[in-house]
Each structure stands twice: as structure tokens, then as C-alpha cells.
Design a protein around this ligand. Structure first.
Ligand SMILES: Cc1cc2nc3c(=O)[nH]c(=O)nc-3n(C[C@H](O)[C@H](O)[C@H](O)COP(=O)(O)OP(=O)(O)OC[C@H]3O[C@@H](n4cnc5c(N)ncnc54)[C@H](O)[C@@H]3O)c2cc1C
Length: 378
């Protein structure tokens, strides 16, 4: 089967769908190819934290991206819900970042000072003060930064809502349809070839294949430093009768996210183990040990579910967004690491503007794929 479209997007994760959503709004014909099913990659596995402080140590390009990205999500969620697609659990209960010993207090104080310039509301609390709000927290907690604007959403629901709205707007998506190769002439891609024999001709190709993006770029002779970084997560439920947590909790390398249904998401490991997406005994044991050290009552919690996903990580923690070096009509949108949900709407909007109007937002400068070198293509 042979067809034509304006833009082919390889990868139907949150990044591929967000780009498709904004392209359809601009009237562009779009076709997504997904090697498995929608949500098979990192996007449905994500914890859904909208908590920009985590990876930040003050202002800079990453802070600009995260703050812009997080501000776009609430209006997008409202728009998707108004369109009748799916209700998305989205809450801003505020986050507590904990320090449990003197050295950790010193580190947290330094980070707190570096965050002051970001213009977010932040408050310093003592352990006693925070235990009045969250009586389940360990007596070891000495100091806390409270960030009232941070929140969480259910990433799987966002993915479902945006994919539904984009399909309703006229996009096509082929699931279980792996892109296997490209037909090209000189430095242009003419068509994408799939494992089941389809060839889809396009004006522009977008590579949004998450942790697998380096494989697609290798077809074009462009090495990119995107690697999978496994994250394992758990869903716990506290025994009846105990108070539930009211805030997002960060400490000892993990986070705890109280959900609307009373469950608690615990995440996440950070493991360089290639494309291995298993949940392991060691990963689960580590998450449980860290969680119990912050909230001792979790020793008696029920483990309801465990899962894992592969973050598309880059060496400098910034995504790769923009034209693929050496190619006239190939755009790369990958390498979102642990922040792809927060950056999803922004990525969709910026890449759509780049394709439709050739406009390269200043926000894209720090994310240029060229920063890791420009290969010579033959
Ligand atoms: C454990 C964990 C927790 C996270 N928590 C958060 C969080 O709290 N907040 C946040 O902002 N971010 C979080 N993230 C990060 C976020 O999930 C990712 O950055 C984001 O989902 C990346 O989206 P993507 O669309 O690029 O990749 P993916 O969702 O992986 O999608 C890529 C898709 O491309 C498909 N594909 C690959 N190759 C091909 C091919 N050749 N042909 C066709 N299809 C192909 C794959 O099957 C996949 O479905 C977390 C990630 C993990 C793993």
C-alpha cells in the first residue's frame, strides 16, 4: 500500500501525539507510525510529575523550557476535556522536598537559594512544622522546601486524551507498524518504509521514537546520543484508617505521588540497562526501602502494581529538538529524559511552528541536535 501525507511522525508516544495535535490544528495532514501500540513506550509509564524544580539548580535554558512547558499543560488539559475526549486526573497539591540529615539539609538549602531566582513560590519548613501537615512523615525529616505550585497528572490519561482528539481532528495512526527504513534522494527523505510493506511518502519526517530514536537516525548516517534509562515504579495502598499523604513528597532519590483514588505512586529507579524493561526484585526492594525510610507506615502497605519504562536520555539532560543535521526535511524531537510529559505541549507547539512557518523559537536554541556535532553525510 502506498500513500502520501504532509508529515510522517515515527513514534506515537506523548511527544509524537503532541506534535501531531498542533500540526492538525494548523491544518497539516499527519500520519503517525507506532511499532507497538499507543502507550507502549515511556509515555504511559511516566509518573506524571509536573514538578519543574527537580532537575533544576537555578535559571538557564532547562529552567526556561520547564517553566514554559508546565504553564502550557493546564490550558491544554482544559481544551482536551472541553473537547469531550477523556477526563484527565490533574492536581496541584504542592510538593515537599525533604532533607533527613545535616548534610542533606545543607544541600537542600543551597538548592533552595538557587531556586529563588526562578520566581516560583517556595517556603522553608522545619521537620516539626511539616509533620503537622503530614503526620506520617518520618521523625528523621529535619528540613523541607515546600513548593505549592507543583502537581501531578495521570500520563496515560493525557496520552489517551490527546491521541483521541488528534484522531478526531483527522490524523491517522498505524499501530503495530514499525518504520524500518527510508527512501531518500540527495539530502531529502521521500518516504518511510514499514515492516509490513507500506510506503508513506511525505514532505517532512519527524523522528519522535523516544529511546529508540538513535536507531532511526542511524538510517540517515547521523549518530545521536539518545540512550534508554530504565525507571521502575510501584503503586502502593496504605491500610485503611491511616491518614493519606496530601502532598507530593521528594526525598532519598525517590518521589511519592498521592493519587485521587487513594493509591500512592512510588518512583523511580534510574538504570542504564539498555532496552530491558523488566521490573526486578532489586528495583522493587530499593523503592520500598527508600519509601519506608520517608514514611515508616508504608511497611504495611499493599503493593498493587509495578511497572517500568525507558526514558530517552541525553548526556546533558536537554532534549534534541530541531532539524537533523545534514537533512533538509527531517526533524528530531527526542531525548526528553525524565521531563517529557512536562515538555510535551511545548514540544508539540514549537515543532509545529518550525514545520509550518519555519520559525525557530529561541527556546529551541539550547536543544539543537547540532550541539553534539554535525556529521558529514555521503
Ligand atoms: C519511570 C518513568 C517516569 C517518568 N516520570 C515522568 C514525570 O513524572 N514527568 C515527566 O515530565 N516525564 C516523566 N518521564 C519521562 C517521559 O515519560 C518521557 O520523557 C516521554 O514519555 C518521552 O516521550 P516520547 O514520545 O519521546 O517516547 P515514548 O513514549 O517512548 O514513545 C516513543 C514511541 O516510538 C515507538 N517507536 C520506536 N521506534 C519505532 C519505529 N521504528 N517505528 C514505529 N514506532 C517506533 C515506540 O514504540 C514508542 O511507543 C518518566 C519516564 C519514565 C520511564
Amino acid at each position: 500500500m502506498h500513500e502520501r501525507t504532509d508529515v510522517v511522525i515515527i513514534g506515537a508516544g506523548i511527544i509524537g501525539w503532541s506534535i501531531a495535535y498542533y500540526l492538525r490544528r494548523a491544518g497539516v495532514d499527519v500520519c503517525l507510525l507506532e511499532q507497538a501500540e499507543v502507550g507502549a513506550g515511556a509515555s504511559a509509564a511516566a509518573a506524571g510529575l509536573l514538578a519543574p524544580l527537580g532537575p533544576l539548580n537555578g535559571p538557564g535554558p532547562l529552567a526556561s523550557l520547564l517553566l514554559a512547558g508546565c504553564s502550557l499543560l493546564p490550558p491544554l488539559i482544559a481544551e482536551l476535556e472541553a473537547g469531550g475526549a477523556v477526563q484527565i486526573e490533574f492536581e496541584q497539591p504542592g510538593a515537599l522536598r525533604l532533607a533527613c540529615d545535616r548534610r542533606a539539609v545543607g544541600r537542600l538549602e543551597r538548592r533552595w537559594r538557587s531556586w529563588q531566582a526562578l520566581g516560583l513560590q517556595l517556603h522553608w519548613l522545619t521537620g516539626e512544622e511539616v509533620r503537622k501537615w503530614e503526620p506520617l512523615l518520618s521523625a528523621e525529616v529535619l528540613g523541607v522546601v515546600y513548593a505549592p505550585q507543583e502537581g501531578q497528572l495521570r500520563a496515560g490519561e493525557l496520552l489517551q486524551a490527546i491521541s483521541r482528539a488528534t484522531l478526531q481532528a483527522g490524523a491517522r495512526c498505524y499501530q503495530y507498524c514499525e518504520a524500518r527504513g527510508l527512501r531518500r534522494r540527495a539530502n531529502r527523505v521521500l518516504a518511510v518504509q514499514t515492516a509490513d510493506g507500506k510506503e508513506i511518502a511525505c514532505e517532512v519526517l519527524v523522528i519522535a521514537a523516544g529511546a529508540w530514536s538513535a536507531q532511526c537516525c542511524a538510517w540517515l548516517g547521523v549518530p545521536i546520543p539518545v540512550k534508554p534509562l530504565r525507571g521502575q515504579l510501584l503503586s502502593l495502598r496504605l491500610p485503611r484508617g491511616l491518614p493519606t499523604l496530601q502532598h507530593l513528597i521528594f526525598g532519598r532519590g525517590i518521589y511519592l505521588i498521592p493519587r485521587r483514588d487513594g493509591s500512592l505512586t512510588v518512583g523511580a529507579t534510574r538504570e542504564d540497562v539498555g532496552f530491558d524493561v523488566r521490573v526486578t526484585a532489586e528495583g522493587v526492594a530499593w523503592l520500598l526501602a527508600q519509601a519506608q525510610s520517608l514514611v515508616p507506615a508504608l511497611a504495611d502497605a499493599t503493593v498493587e502494581r509495578s511497572w517500568a519504562g525507558l526514558r530517552p536520555s541525553t548526556p546533558d539532560g536537554l532534549p534534541l529538538l530541531g532539524p537533523l543535521p545534514g537533512w533538509h526535511n527531517v526533524i528530531l524531537a527526542s531525548g526528553h529524559g525524565s521531563i517529557g510529559v512536562m515538555l510535551s505541549a511545548l514540544t508539540g507547539q514549537l515543532i509545529s511552528e518550525l514545520i509550518c512557518a519555519g520559525q525557530r523559537s529561541p527556546l529551541l536554541l539550547a536543544c539543537s541536535p547540532e550541539r553534539f556535532g554535525t556529521p558529514s553525510i555521503h
